[in-house]
Design a protein around this ligand. Structure first.
Ligand SMILES: Nc1ncnc2c1ncn2[C@@H]1O[C@H](COP(=O)(O)OP(=O)(O)O)[C@@H](O)[C@H]1O
Ligand SMILES: [Mg+2]
Length: 260
């Protein structure tokens, strides 16, 4: 059982030691990684994905349950406790969404028990463009593909650590979705520029110049700020849907959506 991973410091882009002793991420935690483009966010989660042992550009070391992972865990894909999904992750199989999930469910030795339709439902809560169970995975859009793979990793996949690198364009991560994710007991790390995801995660790691600058914990005010942001997003969503449907924005629509 994986209960926690620990990140030990490396060096920044100028070879200066990072200013933390260790960062521990526990099962059931959601974490966001934020910082400017080029600051080293992908490098940080790649260290986790590779289970770095001082052998990457950053020099960081990753421990599992407090100890260095054995080589089998580092190098055998089937034993690796990590799934990473990026903008470029694609499905190549010539299967429908339902068949794709069925094969994975069977490979994991699980019974269907509605898990496949639940997974498609979760995927559809990530993306505005609904995925039909009979759609071929190869013709799904980028956003649909990432949504399906994230839902698959959460519901069916065995990996206790899920790394998501700037996947927000996959759709809208609503609070309910983050709640579902929390209940899976996995460690979920979002590299993100989306303020809502950053506010909804329990921990926020700030990266600058290749180094961890700060580790922040969600506070009460931020939980309220997230609620406000959700409400704004809901209103924007309503207007977006109306425009898509060819509606004209009238005073009534404005009054309903922007009355404060
Ligand atoms: N600590 C570090 N030491 C050396 N190079 C680094 C470090 N962190 C990041 N880099 C390099 O800087 C570049 C940008 O990092 P990247 O992780 O892609 O940034 P981001 O994902 O935040 O846009 C990459 O080439 C990466 O290998
Ligand atoms: Mg990146």
């Amino acid at each position: 059982m994986l209960s926690e991973i620990t990140i030990l410091p490396g060096t920044d882009k100028l070879d200066v030691m990072e200013n933390f002793t260790e960062i521990t991420l526990r099962a059931g935690e959601t974490i966001s990684i934020v910082g400017p483009t080029g600051s080293g966010k992908t490098a940080f989660i790649t260290d986790i994905e590779l289970l770095a042992q001082g052998d990457t550009a950053t020099g960081r070391t990753i421990l599992i349950n407090g100890t260095p992972p054995i080589d089998d865990i580092r190098y055998s894909p089937s034993l690796k406790p990590i799934t990473m999904i990026t903008q470029n992750t694609k499905c190549f199989a010539d299967l429908t969404a339902e068949e794709f999930l069925k094969i994975h469910t069977r490979a994991r030795g699980k019974n269907d028990n509605g898990i496949i339709s639940e997974t498609i439902k979760l995927a559809n809560s990530f993306t505005g463009e609904k995925i039909h169970k009979d759609a071929k995975v190869t013709i799904l859009s980028g956003g649909q593909t990432r949504s399906l793979l994230i839902a698959d990793a959460i519901m069916i996949g065995a990996a206790p650590i899920i790394l998501l690198d700037e996947i927000e364009n996959a759709g809208i991560f609503k609070q309910e979705v983050i709640n579902i994710i929390k209940d899976t007991g996995k460690i979920i790390i979002f590299v993100t520029h989306d303020p809502l995801i950053a506010l909804l995660t329990k921990k926020r790691i700030i990266i600058e110049n290749g180094a961890v600058k700060k580790v922040l914990y969600q506070n009460e005010v931020e939980i309220k700020a997230a609620q406000n942001l959700l409400e704004i997003e809901r209103r924007v969503g309503t207007i977006r849907e109306q425009l898509r449907a060819g509606d004209v924005i009238t005073d009534d629509v404005l009054a309903v959506n922007f009355a404060s």
